[in-house]
Design a protein around this ligand. Structure first.
Ligand SMILES: Cc1cc2nc3c(=O)[nH]c(=O)nc-3n(C[C@H](O)[C@H](O)[C@H](O)COP(=O)(O)O)c2cc1C
Length: 134
């Protein structure tokens, strides 16, 4: 697994909505906005599943996911890639469920997607764009 650097974590922290990109087993791409996203350790991201349909179906048959994080003030962008495990019970699921229900009891809190980070790429425009960093 790959750890985010302090700079990447700063960019991550100011991100409000993430674009979660997945693909089906037959390679049909999908992207969905997600906001219940939390960096729980330097190499692991939790994403709350309230209303996912294609995203959930995709990660169940193909665990790969990509996100980007972009700070318009610092003008820094990183692509984060990893593999997802889905939990719908157990202590980690209960933790995210409690956080989601705090935000609003009407949210279904169907599940928890645990993204283990495997690669980070530069996406800031310029000479290093597209290069693998981690
Ligand atoms: C700003 C924003 C934030 C959202 N955050 C989440 C989220 O954290 N979890 C979730 O399950 N759905 C979230 N949604 C709803 C999903 O994006 C929506 O249900 C979408 O249709 C899921 O797409 P999919 O079928 O590709 O999975 C959010 C939507 C918006 C507009």
């Amino acid at each position: 697994m790959v750890k985010l650097t302090p700079e990447m974590k700063e960019v991550f922290a100011q991100q409000k909505v993430f674009a979660a990109a997945t693909a089906s087993k037959s390679a049909i791409p999908n992207v969905a906005p997600v906001a219940t996203v939390q960096l729980v350790s330097d190499d692991t991201i939790w994403i709350g599943d309230n209303y996912m349909v294609k995203t959930l179906a995709n990660v169940k048959e193909n665990p790969h996911m990509a996100l980007y994080i972009w700070d318009p003030e610092k003008k820094r962008c990183f692509q984060i890639k990893g593999t997802v495990t889905v939990k719908t019970s157990g202590p980690d699921y209960e933790k995210i469920k409690a956080r989601i229900k705090e935000k609003g009891p009407h949210y279904p809190a169907k599940g928890l997607l645990i993204l283990s980070i495997t690669e980070v790429f530069e996406c800031t425009p310029g000479p290093h764009a597209g290069k693998k960093i981690e």
